[in-house]
Design a binder for this molecule. Sequence first.
Ligand code: SF4
Length: 354
Amino acid sequence: MPANNFAPLRRKLLRWYDAQRRDLPWRRTRDPYAIWISETMLQQTQVATVIPYYERFMKAFPTPALLAQAPLKKVLTLWSGLGYYRRAENLQRAAETIAREHGGELPNRYDALRALPGVGDYTAGALMSIAFDQRYPAVDGNVRRVLSRLFALTDEKTLRSQAATLVPHHHPGDFNQALMELGATVCAPSAPSCAACPFEQCCASRRNPSAVSIPGTKKHLHQTRVAWPLAIVWRNGKILLRRRPKDRLLAGMWELPGGELKKRETLQQALGAELRTIDCHNATPRKIGTLRHAITHRNIHAPVFLVTLADHKEIRLPSSNWRWVAPASLHRYPTSSMTAKALKIFTAHEKASL
Ligand code: SF4
């Protein structure tokens, strides 16, 4: 489709967006910092999940300077449960750069945004168009799906070039958000609601669905099934947590004792090894539930065991990276998503036992 035919498409989409857009907290502001936080949280994460995290985060760190000065533990605590914790670490590193090199304001140049830790092509394009009203495309998974179906595009290069041409000079941010919104709410991956789509009359996929394969999508990502027993060690009204080492993934986060089952290791052996670390391997673990957790190509199956110790039992913790924490204080500790899920199982178990 020639570029001069795009005007009706843009009009249709913007009209649809005016009528259908969801009222989301980050759409009520033009603050580039707030838009950046929301765009980062929305990567790989559903809107409904992000809203309370965004509101708490913006309340705690309303400016890049306050985010830059905050202890990492506080940043990670507010991110707990949102997953992909590298995003939170990068946000803080980027906030430090913004405070140091850009006078505390997000830069309004694409290359300067792109140079910030954690900011890729998509986020830089979204910020340039939504926050700074500049004509840049922002191609996320939703936009990729809509454009590949609309124009029957099968390669990434053509899709990106088409996305760049399609963005209008006026209201580029609204236009990009409209495409994302259409992908998120109408042009769904498996069953698009074409009857509700403003492109229904001109969409290539609507005319010939089998002709379209979406570029850049990984169709059959091999998932490895992993067993990962977790122990809730309970003594004197407190739960035992340990902090992840500095040189490992999720460094600084707190987690329950446990870990990936090694080859030919049984659940009992794995748990026994964990409990030996704190000299309570004679305790009897009791299974109270199982959780499932997916991380990129790993499908984790985690049985959760309760290990109740006598209140008077003396435990020598291996280092200050281990701590007894009362349930009411858990919210002050940044925990991995898997630990958060296991703690929910424990809370439900305790309620049921009352
Ligand atoms: Fe997607 Fe259907 Fe709209 Fe085409 S008509 S863009 S397939 S929702």
